[in-house]
Design a protein around this ligand. Structure first.
Ligand code: 8YV
Length: 325
């Protein structure tokens, strides 16, 4: 452990929230490079970096480029951009920003669900375009939350916050999770496809990574059916976007609401073309209030670690790593 935090070098590869930079700059020796590419780090930098704060990719080669690296603080609860398993093998701690964004993301999920069902974006555009005057009332929507059964994929903190909100809407709730959750009474389904068969509405909060890649594909969408609505607030990589665009175009499902995409900020043309898709530019946690809280937690993890107090919010893969050095 360093005697002075200002002697500790923290590297930020790529862009990050300005409050993270301000907090780190006033506390540590802060260095920046354009992205998480080992080729951008010279020998002097490689030798001195002890911590990384990041919201972009930190892969195994990048972790290995810094022999003195102790901790990677991810800006965001989802840490699929960080190779946490590799970090664990190198005794490198990884932290994320859970809890502080839970309610905000759950709020956004509900907004996306209701926008998708009741076509609120299209209805407002109708008003703004003068169609209310010229053509009359906005057409009645086929979509409604009334009478729906909502299946949640991923019943962690955010999934549970969404479920709590849905209880207030008086809809039936079911879920799929890697394993059944003890403290809920919602019906459990052992696979995403089984859940899609049992409900007419899915809200996915599933994390990214190899285990969930392409989870929402042709079979899943067919199981959801022609009245089916798919909402994604988790990660774009969980969806086969080509299959989803096709399912939206040919009526395999009724509608989709998406806050996340596999190659952000690019959105596939097939989804842009789908009138029955409501598309948000990854705004799940994107309020000033919540992003500030995430920035503080990202920085606080580094301060805590280098003050010898251990990580505040370690990810499961690296939880067992002891405070050290
Ligand atoms: C942010 C998120 O988009 O926390 C996450 O996992 O997806 C969002 O809150 C992310 O932190 C990048 O800014």
């Amino acid at each position: 452990m360093s005697s002075s935090l200002s002697d500790v070098t923290i590297l930020v590869p790529g862009p990050i929230h300005p409050r993270v930079l301000a907090r780190l700059g006033e506390t540590f020796d802060l260095c920046r490079i354009e992205r998480g590419d080992p080729a951008l780090a010279d020998a002097a930098l490689r030798g001195k970096v002890r911590g990384i704060a990041s919201l972009t990719a930190v892969n195994a080669a990048f972790i290995d480029a810094f022999p003195g690296l102790e901790i990677v603080a991810n800006f965001g609860v989802g840490y699929d951009a960080i190779d946490a398993r590799h970090a664990a093998t190198r005794d490198v701690m990884v932290t994320n920003t859970p809890d502080v964004l839970t309610e905000e993301v759950a709020d956004t999920a509900i907004a996306l669900l209701l926008s998708t069902l009741r076509e609120t974006t299209k209805a407002e555009n109708w008003l703004r375009a003068g169609d209310w005057v010229a053509k009359g009332p906005y057409p009645l929507t086929r979509g409604t939350l009334r009478g729906r059964t909502v299946g949640i994929i991923g019943l962690g903190r955010i999934g549970k916050a969404i479920a709590r909100r849905l209880e207030g809407f008086g809809v039936a709730i079911a879920y799929h999770n890697r394993s059944p959750v003890d403290d809920v009474a919602y019906a459990y389904h052992a696979s995403p496809v089984d859940l899609a068969k049992a409900v007419d509405t899915i809200i996915s909060v599933a994390p990214g990574g190899a285990a969930t890649a392409g989870m929402v594909g042709t079979e899943f969408l067919a199981a959801l059916g022609p009245d089916g609505v798919f909402i994604n607030i988790g990660r774009g990589s969980t969806v086969n976007e080509e299959a989803l665009a096709k399912a939206l175009a040919d009526g395999t499902i009724l509608a989709a609401g998406l806050d996340v995409f596999s190659a952000e900020p690019k959105v596939p043309q097939g989804l842009l073309d789908a009138a029955n898709a409501t598309l948000f530019p990854h705004i799940g946690s994107a309020s000033i209030h919540t992003r500030n809280a995430m920035a503080d937690l990202c920085a606080d993890n580094l301060v805590s670690w280098f003050s010898g107090k251990g990580p505040m919010t370690p990810v499961p893969e690296t939880k067992a790593i002891n405070r050290k050095r």
